[in-house]
Design a protein around this ligand. Structure first.
Ligand code: THU
Length: 137
């Protein structure tokens, strides 16, 4: 049973509370939903060497891999901790999410959550013609 949409959105918002974003002051939370109903979350982790900062989605994927996930990714929610407008995953995160998605042969629905607005589309629309593990065979 896949996670409920509202639960996934709530998990992303809550995850933003674990953010370490002293430089941008822009906390972000991400929640990954899996086919077995489980949810893995992450938040952005910034660095004094700014370019080394990690986005919430990337941290969530790393957590999922560490938890043994190798597929079954069916949904993703991304939310800014301070509310505000919709945010969409950056290019690097689209690629990182694609790795986990292609491992299990899924095309997860991505929910970009803003205050009073949700933009949603499949990951393949955010990163068309993606390069991933499926292309290395
Ligand atoms: N950020 C994310 O964590 N995810 C996104 O989808 C967009 C941007 C982070 C990176 C940085 O720590 C902060 O937001 C400002 O760009």
């Amino acid at each position: 049973m896949t996670p409920e949409r509202d639960a996934l959105i709530e998990a992303a918002r809550k995850a933003a509370g674990q953010s370490y974003a002293p430089y941008s002051g822009f906390p972000v939370g991400a929640a990954l939903g899996f086919a077995d109903g489980s949810i893995v979350t992450g938040a952005n982790v910034e660095n004094a060497s700014y370019g080394l900062s990690l986005c919430a989605e990337t941290v969530a994927v790393a957590g999922a891999i560490q938890a043994g996930k190798r597929g079954g990714l069916v949904s993703v929610a991304v939310a800014a901790g301070n509310g505000g407008p919709v945010i969409t995953p950056c290019g690097r995160c689209r690629q990182v999410l694609t790795e986990l998605a292609q491992l299990g042969g899924t095309d997860p629905l991505v929910l970009c959550v803003g205050e009073g607005e949700i933009l949603e589309m499949p990951l393949s629309e955010l990163l068309p013609h993606a390069f991933g593990p499926g292309r290395l065979t």
